[in-house]
Design a protein around this ligand. Structure first.
Ligand SMILES: Cc1cc2nc3c(=O)[nH]c(=O)nc-3n(C[C@H](O)[C@H](O)[C@H](O)COP(=O)(O)O)c2cc1C
Length: 202
């Protein structure tokens, strides 16, 4: 009996201040522990450097992410599963994530995004600051791609302990480290994505 081919997971995120970076890292650790081959990828920054330089916290985060590879279309072609993580911006995903998405028409047109699994995470400053709409718009996009959606739902008690959002991990951001509950819910979502994808791969 041969062991199954590992799930290839692309974790694609944007982060101005570090929350989604930490979320993506926590997801990567859990997915690797579940046996996945993981690419942890930031999307390209689109804000002018002159604007970033006016905010110490933004600039510092940019420096912390300097060694993280930038996501390309080829990364999504490689992957069996996608996990996206974006800050909530006025109730939707950050424009940097949207800019990346807008480069994927060719991949979509050749059917290379279809039948892959998709899950999404977000953070917002307020507990009800638009996390659900951000996640919904990312899932709508994934439906256009023909992906198989793998939200966490209420499949584990950790979801209730971390704010109870069945659409995806939703951190209330304030510059503090991730809480143990948030970490547990992110890990559960990442593991579930790997496990469901593994079942689909056979
Ligand atoms: C332009 C802009 C719009 C934002 N819109 C919202 C919002 O609608 N609701 C909210 O709760 N927080 C909002 N925030 C706060 C971000 O969600 C918060 O900074 C982000 O979740 C932190 O994630 P990061 O550390 O990965 O950048 C906004 C922030 C910016 C800069």
């Amino acid at each position: 009996m041969t062991s199954p081919t590992p799930v290839k997971l692309a974790i694609v995120y944007y982060s101005t201040y570090g929350t989604n970076h930490a979320m993506a890292q926590a997801a990567a650790e859990a997915a690797q522990a579940a046996g996945a081959e993981v690419r942890l990828l930031k999307v390209a920054e689109t804000a002018p450097q002159a604007v970033i330089d006016t905010q110490d916290a933004w600039k510092a985060q940019q420096e912390r992410m300097a060694g993280v590879p930038t996501a390309s279309a080829a990364d999504l072609e490689w992957a069996d599963a996608f996990l996206f993580s974006s800050p909530t911006r006025f109730g939707g995903a950050a424009s940097q994530i949207r800019a990346y998405i807008d480069t994927l028409g060719g991949l979509w047109g050749s059917g290379k995004l279809a039948n892959k699994t998709f899950s999404a995470m977000t953070s917002a400053q307020n507990p009800n600051g638009g996390q659900e709409t951000t996640l919904q718009t990312l899932y709508v996009m994934a439906m256009h791609w023909g992906c198989i959606l793998v939200p966490p739902g209420y499949t584990d008690p950790v979801i209730f302990a971390s704010g109870g959002n069945p659409y995806g991990a939703s951190v209330t951001a304030g510059g503090q480290p991730l809480s143990p509950e948030d970490r547990a819910s992110i890990a559960h979502q990442a593991r579930r994505l790997v496990e469901v994808t593994q079942k689909l791969k056979g």
